[in-house]
Design a protein around this ligand. Structure first.
Ligand code: ARG
Length: 251
């Protein structure tokens, strides 16, 4: 009888120890690390010390679904792919366009939003539409954000010598105001936000290119890609993604 009791006690103690080891007290969630470049409103930008925006909110909704804790790391846009490839972050989400070149080094999830490349000029500029950039004899200086699709289109369309790469879109717009470049090619929604903050600039109505935004994941991490895709599908299905986008983009 006494032996049996001792045995029961021993088993109980062992179980408690095991459970405690697995997370006694406060439950620790696994971290899901996202890389972004947080100077790209309304997709990602700082509100005080916090990174907010469409991507930040969708990422949070995805992390919640996976029962993980989202941590966002801000870096230069052109460092995101490398960070994803070398595994220092779990995924990259930065209003990032899916394209063939990037697909050589990373995988992309299902697209969660559409993007449009557009053109910012100074009020009263001779450039009034995309066509003006391609007109015979036209030679304009173009500003872009380094490593973006706007950067690669501009370089192939107008020649590297006519393109200046800035670290952020805002810096490109400041250069436009100073007269260092004649236009800025960048995603439409951030373009509108930059223009709203920089008097004397405007976004042309004509689109330069249409794009799909998606999350990039290391080719090594098929498991995460599947999980993200499942979460995105569900968040599209139940209207969460649309709701988040409509919260930041009103038109
Ligand atoms: N959509 C463009 C691209 O993928 C620009 C994205 C820039 N994103 C950012 N967070 N700065 O190249």
């Amino acid at each position: 009888m006494k032996k049996a009791l001792t045995l029961v006690l021993a088993v109980l103690m062992l179980l408690t120890a095991v459970f405690c080891f697995a997370g006694c007290g406060k439950e620790e969630k696994k971290v899901l690390k996202m890389a972004t470049n947080a100077y790209f409103p309304p997709y990602e930008y700082y509100e005080g010390k916090e990174i907010v925006g469409i991507d930040a909110e969708i990422a949070k909704a995805i992390a919640d679904k996976l029962g993980m804790e989202l941590v966002i790391e801000d870096m230069a846009f052109d460092s995101i792919l490398t960070a994803v490839e070398n595994g220092s972050v779990d995924f990259g989400m930065a209003g990032m366009t899916v394209n063939a070149e990037r697909l050589e080094s990373v995988n992309f999830t299902t697209s969660y939003a559409k993007g449009v490349q557009s053109i910012i000029v100074k009020e009263g500029s001779a450039i009034t539409s995309v066509d003006d950039l391609f007109a015979e004899g036209a030679s304009y200086k173009v500003g872009v954000q380094l490593g973006t699709t706007g950067d690669s289109y501009a370089c192939s369309d107008f020649g590297e010598e006519n393109v200046t790469q800035y670290t952020t879109g805002n810096e490109a717009v400041s250069a436009l105001l100073k007269g260092d470049v004649d236009c800025v090619i960048i995603d439409n929604q951030p373009a509108k936000a930059y223009v709203a903050n920089n008097e004397g600039t405007k976004v042309l109505d004509t689109a330069y290119a249409d794009e799909d935004y998606a999350i990039c994941v290391s080719k090594e991490n098929k498991d995460l890609l599947e999980k993200l895709n499942k979460a995105i599908d569900e968040l599209i299905e139940d209207g969460t993604i649309e709701k988040i986008i409509n919260k930041y983009i009103k038109e």
